[in-house]
Design a protein around this ligand. Sequence first.
Ligand code: PLP
Length: 314
Amino acid sequence: MATNPRYIWMDGELKDSAQGNIPFLNAGLHYGFSVFEGIRCYATERGPAVFRLQEHVERLLDSAHIIGFRDLPFTRDTVVDAIHQTIAANRFSACYIRPLIYLDGAMNMVLDSGKPRLVIAVWEWGNFLGPEAKERGVRANVASYTRLHPNITMTKAKVSGNYVNSILAKTESLRTGFDEAIMLDPAGYVAECTGENIFVVRDKVICTVPRGAILEGITRDSLITLARDLGYSVVEEPISRDQLYISDEVFVCGTAAEVIGLREIDFRMIGNGKTGPVARSLQDAFENVTTGKHARSATWLSYVPVAALSSAKG
Ligand SMILES: Cc1ncc(COP(=O)(O)O)c(C=O)c1O
């Protein structure tokens, strides 16, 4: 269940959410020409802390650069500060964070005829794949839709329009009784899920899809590091559809979903049909790191400054 925010960040200031309107005539809405991020803030003993905030802001600005926005009217530090302030104003101890840059003032397909504008919303949001997903694992299908080709759109950028491909696959998956869709790339190898990267485990070796044309997930990167910390060997190699079926474990990860096992794919049980031991150990490590209880928390968590919390609106 999502709890909506009281304040959003818009045009350099916090506004009451009800006042945060965007004109109907803007190219971002009509042509999907916006870039965004999905970030999580976690409750810790030292207050709200954002997971890998610098890396997310970097990817947001990279997405803007990739699709060709020029002269952004804000800096990386402004975005970081605005995110902290938006969390503090809404008094959330844990939340999902959505910065989005859209093209304003253009009602055409000419990028340079509009201005990029930044909006940041935060809301309380539980696990994207449902409350039982972490324990039980979820059921996935291989989508009938192919994942994006990097010369058709820009797969390293979180462009709003790219998510039509994800929504087609996710809708097909849910309507046919599954929880999530695995998408194959144009060559027929596993690419990623609709909003997660994917890992398989076989004979204790963890394998994930090479960076090639996938979205380079920040959770993926974190899990590779945490898995190596735990002594697992991790390789990045192409994965075929049938390799999924014979893996001991398959799990997916992303900011919204966190770390979730796949207990079944295309009606075939994976491993013992539950979240496997490797996925479990990574879930534990991930939870420790995001709640400030891990050696890597110091570098991966960005605590909302006390000054922002004490001067919060409301
Ligand atoms: C298509 C896609 N792949 C992978 C991911 C996972 O990325 P991250 O771990 O940075 O959230 C996401 C989520 O942003 C996504 O939308």
